[in-house]
Design a protein around this ligand. Structure first.
Ligand code: AMP
Length: 297
């Protein structure tokens, strides 16, 4: 089943202890779409400026990503820059320039309205809500957000949370959003804001999942290397929702499998700078890591 994603398509400048990249194609919707496209078809809604190098995402057209909802307008593409600490555990956003996103009003192509799976990737919560209102009868709606929006547009973030089925956030953002000091309490507090399902990503410590009264943890893929953690959360979401859309069901067994695909796609994303780690995977490579994660002691 097709997944609709709205989020940022960006030019990222990133510095890690292993090097740096400047104006590389990134963005929350992009990482998500690349990862999810290994499992299910993806439809993208976003905007870029006239400076966007479309040829760099042309490879995605061959892999079931539909760009009919990606508008190109005059002006500059969204830009983000960030720097990681020596141990890669902390990230500082140096600059966030919304550019063409600040005047963006998404109009969903008619054929996107029947999308059954919707991912509201990290972007202005007003845009997330606007897109969601244009979808007819989604089966599962999931959103993500970050400190930038929790601090700058908290009431709009809460409005979006009031109408989605699930939230995927990282641990520090879960604590910031809920005001709690441990993840179990944070997940309960977030559930009371709306979403029945709360998935909290914890970097190398894996994920914590709450779904109604069900709680479980699942590990990160522990055998890879990390060069650039950018996009880990979105790639996790891509693998996770991609798997659920492929099966058409989110019962407990499928949720447990979905977090494995999420962890594996994230592990590929962070091995190289930008989108490089995700660009040319084979199904066999993905399955081999899933199997290793399923069977590890
Ligand atoms: P992640 O590492 O999974 O949090 O995703 C990083 C991606 O999010 C980068 O490619 C950025 O372009 C994008 N990003 C960073 N800040 C924002 C923001 N405020 N709104 C939307 N996207 C953002």
């Amino acid at each position: 089943m097709s997944i609709l994603v709205v989020g940022s398509v960006a030019l990222d400048s990133v510095k890690t202890p292993f090097g740096e990249i400047k104006d590389a194609v990134g963005g929350s919707a992009t990482y998500f779409a690349v990862a999810a496209s290994y499992l299910s078809p993806v439809r993208m809604v976003a905007v870029v400026g006239a400076d966007f190098p479309h040829e760099e995402i042309a490879f995605l057209k061959e892999r079931a990503v539909d760009f009919k909802g990606l508008q190109t307008v005059e002006g500059r593409t969204f830009r983000w820059s960030g720097e990681y600490s020596q141990d890669l555990k902390n990230r500082r956003s140096l600059c966030t320039r919304l550019n063409v996103f600040s005047g963006f009003h998404p109009a969903l192509p008619e054929e996107y309205r029947d999308s059954e799976y919707v991912f509201l990737a990290n972007i202005d919560p007003e845009l997330q809500l606007n897109v969601l209102e244009q979808v007819e009868r989604p089966k599962l709606t999931v959103c993500n957000t970050m400190n930038f929006w929790i601090e700058g547009k908290r009431s709009q973030v809460l409005k979006t949370l009031g109408v989605v089925d699930a939230l995927i956030v990282n641990d520090s953002e879960a604590l910031q959003l809920s005001g709690e000091n441990d993840l179990r309490k944070a997940s309960r507090a977030i559930q009371s804001m709306g979403p029945e399902m709360v998935i909290i990503t914890k970097g190398e410590q894996g994920v914590f999942v709450a779904n109604g009264g069900l709680f479980f943890s699942s590990p990160a893929y522990p055998f890879g290397t990390v060069t650039d953690p950018t996009g880990a959360g979105d790639s996790f979401a891509g693998g996770f929702i991609g798997y659920l859309a492929k099966t058409g069901d989110h019962n407990e067994a499928h949720l447990r499998e979905a977090v494995i695909y999420g962890a594996v796609l994230a592990s590929f994303a962070i091995e190289r700078f930008g989108l490089e780690g995700l660009r040319t995977l084979t199904w066999e490579q993905i399955e081999a890591r899933c199997e290793r994660l399923r069977t590890q002691d």
